[in-house]
Design a protein around this ligand. Sequence first.
Ligand SMILES: C[S@@+](CC[C@H](N)C(=O)[O-])C[C@H]1O[C@@H](n2cnc3c(N)ncnc32)[C@H](O)[C@@H]1O
Length: 208
Amino acid sequence: MDKVRKTFDKWAENGRAELMELEHGKNVSKFLDSISFDSKFTFLDVGCGNGWVVRKIANNPNCKKAIGIDKSKKMIIQAKKKDGSKKEKYIHADIESWKHNGKFNFIFSMESLYYAYSIEKALKKIYRLLSPGGQFFCGTDFYTDNKATVRWADIMKIQMHLHSKKEWKEFFKNAGFEVRAKHIRDLKNRKKWKRDYGTLFIIGTKPK
Ligand SMILES: C[S@@+](CC[C@H](N)C(=O)[O-])C[C@H]1O[C@@H](n2cnc3c(N)ncnc32)[C@H](O)[C@@H]1O
């Protein structure tokens, strides 16, 4: 079985999905709260884990539909157990091979894209799934500039593509996106890297 899927199936069973929710929650919420979802929109979370971001977004009155996909079947089972509203939907699929006809206004992904076999292919797919003018928010704590996180790949023992902020921006440009980046820092966190570097969000906009 795919090692990434196997790892996150285990995490879904041993409570680490909820730990990720705790660990990522503050910076992700700070980032998402800075986005004005001011007209009706559809939303996709790639690598949704237990679905906590999908649930948060589905609470927004302008949200018409929020879908979470994850290649770990057990993460999807956890997400379905917790789902709160009819706007939410969880699907066991990987972004590369997921068959979907509709388009989204916003696509989000936190700490997931660097596990893809090919970031380039995953980004092309995400680009196709966006409506013109749509945006992709890609959050990562694992990037070369954030030196304290670089050793995570040795600990995880699964494929994790490590790139710098500059390289991430290049990937987005090559996929056709207009791109900018934003660091969300947690100045009171006991972890130094969270204070100094924080979560890097690459924001890709599909031109109209
Ligand atoms: C580190 S967890 C993050 C989960 C969630 N975004 C969060 O912040 O709590 C990464 C998740 O991405 C999923 N994942 C990894 N590669 C994927 C892919 N190519 N397509 C869909 N899901 C993927 C994993 O199964 C895992 O649940």
